[in-house]
Design a binder for this molecule. Structure first.
Ligand SMILES: NC(=O)c1ccc[n+]([C@@H]2O[C@H](COP(=O)([O-])OP(=O)(O)OC[C@H]3O[C@@H](n4cnc5c(N)ncnc54)[C@H](O)[C@@H]3O)[C@@H](O)[C@H]2O)c1
Length: 338
């Protein structure tokens, strides 16, 4: 494979840091430039292990800054856009930063590529949430985006710009849409780390509504590997769904984690549902399997166990992040179960 210099945006976040590590370890000749504004999901400790790596460069900056982005895009062969505001609850409280980073940020990158390096490869890392909820069956790549909350709307808008830039300007752009990720380095406010950390502290575990909302879970290293494969083998103008077929209701996730940690199930506390809370997400990812031969390396059981062990053994990483506010950025109301 030819050597590549890759601009990764949002590389200090959960998926971005796992992706940077995958590129540096699996491709001994590739170089990574990570542009991250050190926003909410970022943690410089996520890539402490790459600090002395010659092929890794960090630039603190915002993808909405055209001067920085124009200059950086000129220097690279590929751009993988992972930067985003990602917490749905925060988008409900204040959508504005989501439109900025997720939509305007992607637009800024597309414009930089169009004007300054139109041969560059562009990967837009998107989400299953843009399709909205589905009660039966699974979404395919050709299904229309019908997002339910400001986060998914801002991501859907970015996808539409990416498709338009492929069609209008023939940019070498491809979209990936992945299901819910879990694994090391995920912020404590997300369901799986929050459940593990609160269980370790014997604190009540808040579950929205009745806990029946279904998400399709994928281990972050499997997602990173899929992006890597789409980057090198995916076709321009295409969308690839990424999932590993582990559909589980939120309540079930909480119960499995409590069992793995040997904690009582009565730590679960049902709280008032989130507005616009989609009941189920599900993706059909046969296309990436058939066309690129990608499949997940990990089973759900082994990867969830790895994750629980990682949080148990790496309290240094999360202890300063797991403050009361980080663990519940919106105040919960206990649900009236009468
Ligand atoms: N977490 C999931 O389950 C999941 C699933 C599917 C898709 N995705 C997508 O993957 C991407 C990463 O998600 P994550 O969970 O790692 O998020 P995260 O919140 O952990 O990380 C996001 C990173 O982007 C950076 N960032 C945000 N706005 C920026 C800006 N304007 N300029 C520069 N950097 C900026 C943050 O500082 C942070 O480091 C997002 O685009 C998200 O939509 C996430």
């Amino acid at each position: 494979m030819t050597t590549m210099k890759i601009l990764v945006t949002g590389g200090l976040g959960f998926i971005g840091s796992n992706f940077c590590r995958t590129i540096i370890t699996e491709h001994p000749d590739h170089e990574v430039i990570n542009v991250d504004k050190i926003g909410i999901g970022a943690n410089p400790a996520n890539l402490k292990d790459l600090k002395n790596e010659d092929r890794y460069t960090f630039i603190k900056g915002d993808i909405c800054n055209p001067q920085l982005i124009n200059k950086t895009v000129k220097e690279v062969d590929a751009i993988v856009n992972i930067a985003a505001e990602t917490h749905v609850d925060r988008s409900i409280a204040d959508p504005n930063p989501f439109i900025q980073s997720n939509t305007i940020g992607t637009f800024t990158l597309l414009e930089a590529i169009r004007k300054h390096n139109d041969n560059a490869r562009f990967i837009q890392v998107s989400t299953d949430e843009i399709y909205g909820e589905i009660t039966r069956g699974s979404f395919k790549e050709g299904d229309p985006p019908i997002p339910s909350n400001p986060y998914s709307a801002s991501k859907a808008a970015a996808d539409l710009f990416t498709i338009a830039y492929y069609k209008t300007y023939q940019l070498n752009a491809t979209i990936t849409r992945c299901t819910n990720n879990y694994g090391p380095y995920q912020l404590p406010e997300k369901l799986i780390p929050k459940t593990i950390i609160r269980a370790l502290r014997n604190m009540p575990i808040p579950i929205y509504g009745t806990g029946e909302n279904i998400r399709d879970w994928i281990y972050v290293e499997d997602h990173a590997e899929a992006i890597n494969q789409v980057l090198t083998e995916g076709k321009p103008g295409e969308i690839y769904n990424i999932s590993s077929g582990n559909e589980l209701p939120n309540i079930q996730i909480a119960k499995i984690i409590l069992t793995l940690l040997n904690k009582p199930q009565n730590l679960i506390a049902f709280v008032e549902d989130r507005p616009g809370h989609d009941t189920r997400y599900s993706l059909d990812s046969k296309k990436i399997a058939k066309e690129l031969g990608w499949k997940p390396r990990y089973t759900f059981e082994e990867a969830l166990k790895n994750t629980v062990n990682w949080y148990t053994n790496n309290e240094w990483w999360w202890t300063s992040l797991a403050t009361g506010e980080t663990l519940h950025p919106t105040p919960w109301k206990l649900r009236n179960t009468q």
